[in-house]
Design a protein around this ligand. Structure first.
Ligand SMILES: [Zn+2]
Length: 460
């Protein structure tokens, strides 16, 4: 089966080219200006994408699909569908599950679900410590070898290739909580470095959080409690940079939210530390004054009529939305390359849980609105170019996490098609995800995903 995606502006080798993409047997067979001969071939299915944009599918190195363990919040089927709807072809799932994938036996539960239900390429993280309890390290060597066997197809446990590609290990992470013991982190980094793996760290020191629910700033003051300190994040980033330097471990910082972390990572890169980091759309586009305005609006609203359907829980995530100074530092970070990539930290919870507002659990959904909010907020406003946004959402994460990716001849046809002219309002009720709470609920945006292809097959 051959498919010709015709007349689109295609992102290839770092820039846009008006061309046609011929897909055959799941890979990009050719990129060509002339389509007359192909279009006349009855064995070629032609799809006209005039005026549309084709990007390499987005790669999100940080999502929570909640399976196994918490299927009422999300599962591999709904999570991967949400990814496809948002233009993502590759997602990396965090291990705060039940059971936690901290052994081959426990990991197999998640692998089975991925194998059976995923419509995009889903790569699971294993945890750093058993049960993410921070006490006992996992068997990094055994886990790594197991995935190498899977990838080489030398085991019968799973087929080498599924319709969604080979399942491989994303890396190691205790996301949801910080690895507090420096000795544990040092040993983890030493062993993971020897295996050539990567550690993705959620940096948070519980003892110096200082408060709860929101950033320690204007919003916390209004709500009448102490918020979460910035140092609870950057102090651990600082420690881990030193450990990465010492051990040579490939190290990635999850959801960077503070200006101090940005500066530490900038300096570490200058010193040659093998470090990368991600931030999320909400840290780049919102500050705690914006959230405060929403809180005041909510207070003023008539209790029954004008309240948003999804309440203030849509502004609660970990780490919290920080100050304008922090937001500006993150923007500088993406501009100068200190911040390598944008990940959503897609973290769905049930309606009941999130209805508790700032007292509910931390986490918001992001896969189905990340590109449009970033395109509208950063590209349309001239902060960064469209090419840069594709770099942050697709190219840089694939390079850092060794994903074979890009619209080039011979590469897997993992791509997404967007109409950048369409203007609409973000409506969580249209999401494929089970999660509905996003800080971008009701935001007017440009850019709608109209199709996503994985290995040349339409998944949305
Ligand atoms: Zn986290």
């Amino acid at each position: 089966m051959k498919t010709l995606l015709s007349n689109a502006k295609v992102f290839t080798h770092g820039s846009f080219l008006e061309t046609n993409v011929l897909i055959e047997d799941g890979v990009v067979f050719s990129l060509s200006d002339s389509i007359d001969v192909l279009a006349a071939d009855p064995s070629v299915g032609v799809i006209d994408y005039s005026g549309k944009y084709i990007f390499p599918g987005f790669v999100d190195v940080h999502v929570h699909f909640r399976e196994p363990g918490f299927l009422y919040k999300e599962d591999i089927a709904t999570g991967s569908k949400a990814a496809a709807h948002g233009g993502y072809t590759h997602v990396f799932t965090m291990p705060n599950l039940n059971p936690v994938p901290d052994s081959i036996e426990n990991m197999n539960e998640e692998l089975k679900a991925i194998h059976e239900k995923a419509c995009v390429k889903v790569y699971p993280y294993a945890s750093i410590t058993k049960g993410e309890k921070g006490e006992e390290l996992v068997d990094f060597e055994e886990m790594t070898e197991y995935f190498e066997l899977l990838d080489d197809g030398r085991t019968d446990d799973f087929e080498k290739k599924t319709h969604s590609g080979a399942i491989r290990l994303a890396g190691f992470s205790d996301d949801g909580t910080g690895v507090e013991g420096a000795d544990h982190m040092e040993e983890a980094m030493t062993r993971v470095a020897a295996l050539g793996g990567i550690i993705s760290a959620h940096c948070e020191i519980k003892g110096i959080l200082g408060g709860k629910n929101v950033h320690d700033g204007v919003l916390a003051k209004e709500l009448g409690y102490r918020g979460i300190s910035s140092e609870s994040e950057w102090k651990m980033v600082e420690r881990d940079i030193a450990l990465s330097k010492e051990t040579g471990c490939r190290y990635h910082v999850c959801h960077v939210s503070t200006k101090e972390s940005v500066e530490l990572i900038r300096n570490a890169k200058k010193e040659g530390v093998d470090i990368t980091c991600e931030t999320g759309p909400h840290y780049l586009l919102l500050n705690d004054e914006d959230v405060l305005a929403e809180v005041l609006k909510d207070k003023a609203a008539d209790k029954s009529d004008n309240k948003t359907k999804y309440g203030l829980g849509r502004f609660k995530m970990n780490p919290p939305i920080r100050s304008e100074e922090d937001r500006k530092a993150l923007i500088e970070g993406i501009k100068d390359g200190t911040v390598d990539m944008i990940a959503t930290d897609h973290a769905p919870h049930s309606f009941e849980e999130k209805s508790k507002g700032f007292d509910g659990p931390m986490g918001v959904v992001g896969l189905e609105c990340a590109f449009p909010v970033l395109y509208t907020g950063l590209v349309k406003t001239g902060v960064i170019s469209l090419e840069k946004l594709i770099d942050l959402m697709s190219i840089k994460p694939s390079e850092r996490f060794d994903v074979e990716h890009g619209i080039e001849v011979g590469m897997p046809a993992d791509l997404t098609v967007f109409d950048l002219d369409e203007e609409y309002v973000i409506d969580p009720d249209t999401f494929a995800s089970k999660g509905r709470f996003t800080p971008f609920d009701g935001r007017k945006v440009f850019g709608r995903c109209i199709a996503t292809y994985v290995d040349g097959k339409t998944v949305f």
